[in-house]
Write a protein of this length. Structure first.
Length: 126
């Protein structure tokens, strides 16, 4: 018994699973643009990201185990990693500086920018 699907079936199924992963992230999390405009290191966004990651990983693992095809696991798993990284990175970026914010600083801002503009940031983001 051969393990895996034929290449002409394996690749379209793997791409379909990658599209399902994208759909899971699209429905479970806001868009990357919305994530980047929110307060950095937001715990609610992080919870949504974790939910999407675990759900997508379960779908990828389930389909690849049922089909016994490593191509599905490789492409689907790569899509989970890419979407998780993009969401994590978006959640780290401060909309005011455009750079990753340190989680322990007030409002995620660092240096002189935090001292001079923290009241402006508090007024613009709830």
């Amino acid at each position: 018994m051969a393990i895996g699907l034929k290449p002409e079936v394996s690749i379209p199924v793997a791409l379909s699973v990658a599209a399902v992963v994208y759909g899971i992230y699209s429905n479970a999390t806001p868009t990357i643009a919305d994530i980047r405009s929110a307060r950095p290191n937001d715990q609610t966004l992080d919870s949504s990201r974790k939910f999407a990651t675990w759900t997508a990983a379960a779908v990828v693992a389930g389909v690849s185990l049922i089909a016994k095809d490593p191509t599905i696991f490789i492409l689907g798993g790569s899509m989970v990693v890419i979407m998780d990284w993009a969401t994590r990175h978006g959640n780290m970026v401060s909309p005011l500086t455009g750079k990753a914010a340190v989680p322990d600083s007030p409002a995620g801002l660092t240096g002189d920018y935090a001292d001079t503009n923290s009241s402006m940031y508090a007024d613009s983001v709830m």
